[in-house]
Design a protein around this ligand. Sequence first.
Ligand SMILES: [Zn+2]
Length: 294
Amino acid sequence: MKTLISSLILFIMLIPSIAMAEIKVVATLPTLGAVARAIGGEDVKVETLATPTEDPHYVDPRPDYVLKLSKADLLVYNGMELEIGWLPALQKNARNAKVLDSGPGAFDASRYITPLGVPATKVDRSQGDVHAQGNPHYTYALPEVVRVASALSDKYQKLDPDHADKYKQRLEQFKATAKARDAVYQKRFASLDSRQIITYHDSMVYLNQWLKLDQVGTIEPKPGVAPSPSHIAQLVTTLKSLSPKAIIQETYQPKATSEKIAKLLNIKVVAIEPGPKDNEDYFVYLDRVIESFF
Ligand SMILES: [Zn+2]
């Protein structure tokens, strides 16, 4: 009887360790979370910090984020200082060496992309420019996201070699879906009568490069700096001699100025969500973004 009870206790003690064989991932942003789920499948458990409607520059650091980070094996973050205003304090307070920048579980996704907008000379953040390390908004561009997915598959394989084949397979599936989607999107954008766009925040440069759009103006004079009346007046004068198709902005940005300018130019305002909804597939989200342009 005693043996049976001790075997039973041992068995119960083993259950959690079996169930917790998966990698515990925390992703800062919904797009990174969706990619982490797509490549990790049932071998990972992904939690995402920022909500699908939040400005990634200014995420509200809720207290439960520290708890999530304290238990994480892997922190997947955007980098290029996008999360500089809120992530470092969470990393520090989580007291989990794995997810510090220098830790084995820190995954700075920006290391695997081809950065755009990196200033040739040092930019002083005190002037309000929030893109001092280059433009951090690469997750709107499929080719960059594929690079991140590829590096993430490698990282999973290192952390969990037993399931290496599954991480490789999911990446191949992801790449195949991306290739098919890319062909469809390229065709759709090729049919546009004008490829000129205006953006509110300078967050579309990677998407512009990918889909061959021509950004002819930004409503913010500098990333993170609110537009002044004189900047708007000058912008409208410039735009009148061009033929922009639309003003693209994120749903979290104020719409009044965009709508005023759009009315003057007789074009539309397209408001895109910064990332997938909870548990939404990355490609389903991307379809929604692309669809909103037309
Ligand atoms: Zn930005």
